[in-house]
Design a protein around this ligand. Structure first.
Ligand SMILES: Cc1cc2nc3c(=O)[nH]c(=O)nc-3n(C[C@H](O)[C@H](O)[C@H](O)COP(=O)(O)OP(=O)(O)OC[C@H]3O[C@@H](n4cnc5c(N)ncnc54)[C@H](O)[C@@H]3O)c2cc1C
Length: 513
C-alpha cells in the first residue's frame, strides 16, 4: 500500500494507520524524507539506489508576499542558483566596462533590464524543478506535494492542495525541512512592506532603489548584485559584517563594496517602514543611528530584510513525537550520525543544530546517512574544513579557521599568518583598483607548519579555494604549499608564493611577475 488516502478526520486516519501497521507489522516505506531540498533529495535518491522504498514530502509555504516555487528547496529556488546567476549579471556589467579598455567599442550608455535577467533566471530554475521531479520518478521515489506533520514516530500526515489527506508510514524518517528568512518583529511595517531573499529573485519588475537590512552573506551578496546591475543600493547594518567569517576579510569585502557604489549605514537599525501616500511605490524608512544617537529617514522602492533565517519546524509537530530542539535556535539536535533524540528519526541540512548552512554539506550528509541506513556503511559526515565563498562583487573564498579562531584555539604565538596584497593581471589593462585583492594563509608555527585556514579575496574566489580545500583536508603544510608549482599567470598562483608573515610587519604587496 503506497499511501492511505482518506477524507475522514486526522485522528481517525492516524488511528487507522497505526491499526493497519500493527496488523501487518509493517510500515509502507523504508524511508520517508520530509523536505525536498538539497539534503532531503540527496538522501532520498541515495536510499533508492539501494532498492529501498522511499517517499519524499515537499511543500513550499508561500512567502508573506505570496512568492512560491517548485521542488528543489532553498538552493535551487531562492538561494545559491538564482543568487549566483544574478551575481553573474553584475559581473558582466563590470566586464563591459573592462572591455572598452581592451578595445571593444560599446555604445554608451549601457542599460540593464531586470525583467530580461529575471525571466532567464526563473526559466532556468523552473527547468531544475522539473529535472528534480523527473529524477525522483526515474529512481522510483514517491513524491507527495504536501506539508508533513508527525502523528507518531513512524507516521506523517498532510493535506494535498485539493484538501485530500495523505498518511504515510515509514521505518525511518529524515527531517530536512531547512529554514526560511526571518522578519524583524519590532519594526512597524516590516512584514507589510518588506520582502526577503524568498522574493527578490522572483520579482517581475526591478526593485529600484533598495535598502537591504542585515550584515549576513545573503545581505551583502544581494546588495552586491543589485549595485552591479546599476540600482541605488544601501546596506543597513547594526553590527559587524559577515559574523563568523574572518573579520579582516569581511572588512575588505565591505570596503570594496563601498568603492563599487554600495552605500552603507553602519551601526544603524530601522524602527519603522511606512508607505508614502503620494508616491505609492515608495517606502519611507526611519532608523536610529547608534553612533550619532539620531533618528534618520530616507525613501526606497524596496526594503529587503536579510536578518537571518529561522528553522522550518512549525508544523512538524516535533513535540508530540519527542524530537528535541535547541530552545534558543529552534534547530533539531542531532548526534554525529544525524540521529535525533527519537530512534529512527534523523535530520540533515539547515534544520540541524551546529551544522554549516550550505548546500554541499546538506547533500553529503543526506547521502552518507542513506548509506549508513541501507548500505552497510559507517562513514560519518566530516564537517571540518568545509570551504565556502561569499559571492560579493569581489568574491571572498575561504576554508578552515579564521585568523581569530586560530588565535583562540592555538594562541597567537603558535600561529603564523602569511599574507599578500596582489593585483590580478586582468585588472591592469582595465585600470581596475585592486586595493582589496588580498589573501592570507593561517598556519601552525611549530613543527610541520600545518595549514589551518586559507582566505582569498579576488576574482573567481570559489574556483581558487576549491582545489586548495583538498590539500587542506589532507593536512597540507606550509612547506608543501611552497613546493607546489603555481600556474602562471593566475591569481591562485599567489597562494603558492606566500612568504611575508604578518608578524614581520613587512610590506605584503606583491610586485613584479
Ligand atoms: C540567498 C541564499 C543564498 C545561498 N547561497 C548559497 C551558496 O552560494 N552556496 C551554498 O552552499 N549554500 C547557499 N545557501 C544555503 C543553501 O541554500 C542551504 O544551505 C540549503 O538549501 C539547505 O538545504 P536543506 O536540504 O537543509 O533545506 P532546503 O533546501 O531549504 O529544503 C527544505 C525543503 O523542505 C520544505 N519543507 C519545509 N517544511 C516542510 C514540511 N513540513 N513538509 C514538507 N516540506 C517541507 C521546504 O519548503 C523546502 O522545499 C544560500 C541560501 C540563501 C537563502
Amino acid at each position: 500500500m503506497a499511501a492511505l488516502w482518506r477524507r475522514a478526520r486526522l485522528p481517525a486516519v492516524s488511528g487507522l494507520c497505526r491499526t493497519l501497521r500493527a496488523l501487518s507489522g509493517k510500515n509502507e516505506y523504508d524511508l520517508l524524507v520530509i523536505g525536498g531540498g538539497s539534503g532531503g533529495l540527496a538522501c532520498a535518491k541515495e536510499a533508492a539506489q539501494f532498492g529501498r522504498k522511499v517517499a519524499v514530502l515537499d511543500y513550499v509555504e508561500p512567502s508573506p508576499r505570496g512568492t512560491a516555487w517548485g521542488l528543489g528547496g532553498t538552493c535551487v529556488n531562492v538561494g545559491c542558483i538564482p543568487k549566483k546567476l544574478m551575481h553573474q549579471a553584475a559581473l558582466l556589467g563590470s566586464a563591459i566596462k573592462d572591455a572598452q579598455h581592451y578595445g571593444w567599442n560599446i555604445s554608451q550608455p549601457v542599460h540593464h533590464t531586470w525583467s530580461v535577467m529575471a525571466q532567464g533566471v526563473q526559466n532556468y530554475v523552473k527547468s531544475l524543478n522539473w529535472g528534480h521531479r523527473v529524477q525522483l520518478q526515474e529512481k522510483k521515489v514517491k513524491y507527495f506535494n504536501i506539508k508533513g506533520s508527525f502523528s507518531d514516530p513512524h507516521t506523517v500526515r498532510g493535506l494535498t492542495k485539493a484538501g485530500k489527506e495523505i498518511v504515510v508510514t515509514a521505518d525511518n524518517i529524515v527531517i530536512a525541512t531547512g529554514g526560511r528568512p526571518k522578519y524583524p518583529t519590532h519594526v512597524a511595517g516590516a512584514l507589510e512592506y518588506g520582502i526577503t531573499s524568498d522574493d527578490i529573485f522572483w520579482l517581475k519588475k526591478s526593485p529600484g532603489k533598495t535598502l537591504v537590512v542585515g550584515a549576513s552573506y545573503v545581505s551583502l551578496e544581494c546588495a552586491g548584485f543589485l549595485t552591479g546591475i546599476g540600482l541605488d543600493t544601501t546596506v543597513m547594518m547594526r553590527s559587524v559584517p559577515l559574523r563568523g567569517f574572518d573579520q579582516q576579510m569581511a572588512s575588505l569585502v565591505t570596503e570594496h563594496m563601498e568603492s563599487y557604489g554600495t552605500k552603507f549605514l553602519r551601526r544603524c537599525f530601522p524602527t519603522k517602514v511606512e508607505k508614502l501616500e503620494m508616491e505609492s511605490d515608495r517606502l519611507q524608512v526611519t532608523w536610529k543611528n547608534a553612533d550619532l544617537d539620531t533618528e534618520e529617514t530616507d525613501s526606497f522602492n524596496t526594503v529587503m530584510w536579510a536578518v537571518g533565517r529561522a528553522p522550518d519546524t512549525k508544523t512538524l509537530n516535533l513535540e508530540t513525537v519527542g524530537v528535541k530542539t535547541n530552545s534558543e535556535t529552534g534547530k533539531i539536535i542531532v548526534d554525529a550520525s544525524e540521529a535525533t533524540s527519537v530512534p529512527h528519526i534523523y535530520a540533515v541540512g539547515d534544520i540541524t543544530e551546529g551544522r554549516p548552512e550550505l548546500t554541499p554539506t546538506a547533500i553529503a550528509a543526506g547521502k552518507l546517512l542513506a548509506q549508513r541506513l541501507f548500505g552497510q556503511s559507517s562513514e560519518l559526515m566530516d564537517y571540518d574544513n568545509v570551504p565556502t565563498t561569499v559571492f560579493t562583487p569581489l568574491e571572498y573564498g575561504c576554508v578552515g579557521l579564521s585568523e581569530e579562531a586560530a588565535v583562540q584555539r592555538h594562541g597567537s604565538n603558535n600561529i603564523e599568518v602569511f599574507h599578500a596584497y596582489y593585483k590580478p593581471l586582468e585588472f591592469t589593462v582595465a585600470e581596475r583598483d585592486a586595493t582589496q585583492c588580498y589573501m592570507k594563509m593561517v598556519c601552525l608555527r611549530e613543527r610541520e607548519q600545518r595549514i589551518l585556514g586559507l582566505h582569498f579575496i579576488g576574482p573567481n574566489a570559489g574556483e581558487v579555494i576549491q582545489g586548495f580545500a583538498l590539500g587542506i583536508k589532507c593536512g597540507a603544510t606550509y612547506p608543501q604549499m611552497m613546493k607546489t608549482v603555481g600556474i602562471h599567470p593566475t591569481c591562485a598562483e599567489e597562494v603558492t608564493k606566500l612568504h611575508i608573515t604578518k608578524r614581520s610587519g613587512l610590506d605584503a604587496t606583491v610586485t613584479g611577475c
